[in-house]
Design a protein around this ligand. Sequence first.
Ligand code: ASP
Length: 360
Amino acid sequence: MSISLISLLRRLACGLLLPLAFSVSALAQEARKPNVVLIATGGTIAGAGASSANIGVYQAAVVAVDKIMAAVPEIQAVANVKGEQIFQVGSHNVTNDRVLQLARRVTELLKSDEVDGIVITHGTDTLEETSYFLNLTVKSTKPVVMLGSMRPGTALSADGPLNLYNAVAVAASKEAAGKGTLVVMNDEIHSARDVTKTNATRVDTFKSPYGPLGLVIEGQARFYRAPIRLHTVQSEFDIDKIQTLPQVDIAYGYQSMNRAAYDALVASGAKGIIHAGVGGGSVPEYMVGPLNEIRGKGVFVVRATRTGSGVVIRNNSVKDDANDWLVVDDQNPQKARILMALALTKTRDTRELQKIFWKY
Ligand code: ASP
């Protein structure tokens, strides 16, 4: 066979085999892509304004999940993403029942071998509460990643699309497994235990007292730390055994505060009251008697701080042991409410309840 005939045959083989090799590798890549379910619940990320200049004035929870997904086709390159709409509300309308409904659905989906991770779009106002609830109740090491946006999709410089892309990238990453529920906003990955909304309008509103766990850069999740408090598979809270959550409320401390709010909460059926006290969870001397009356009625008094961060120390300026009160450790009042409600499904013993605040 002449040399030119051999080289002709080689070229022909390359021409036939190379495209085949490419399509086989594309298929293999497709097969390797994780399957992620996007659960939409509403919020500003599903919001629309009258004009692109409307950044803060708009209607939340009006855009359906398929439109949210269609606006960011890039997510399908990272994972095979399927969407479902569980409800469509602003997160100020999220109740205990809705959070339980969401936790049950996430749990059900994650039991399937066909689902590798979950992404949840949610209003930012109470995202920290829903995510903490999932962190404490979803029994799976697979990634559960929540996100929202501060600007509606119709706004100039809307933040939702990149937050969604980043959240899918985190849910698709192996490193996100076993770290509890995560919140991805503004290029940062936060632990649901710690993250809180700190500003009413700014895009960089989500902060954690000890910093984010990591960052998302160019669609890559980069973790630098991991949570150590108990969550997900290590958690003792079992939503299969919970029909409704015990009523736990929050009352705010301030100069010249009075007992009226506490009495009203007890009358309305509170089983525990988080006292969002000044400084280190302080209680005015004239309020100790009224709070002990409340405790005498079987309602738990739980001291927290209204400062936004920091530890409430047991028996600091207040006799917690003698009063049979609790402290929240470093949980903010809204997260302490979630933990206390779950804790009350397990025990009504003050010491056991206090241990729960040290562990989670
Ligand atoms: N009110 C909205 C909500 O929480 C705000 C937001 O999503 O940013 O649903």
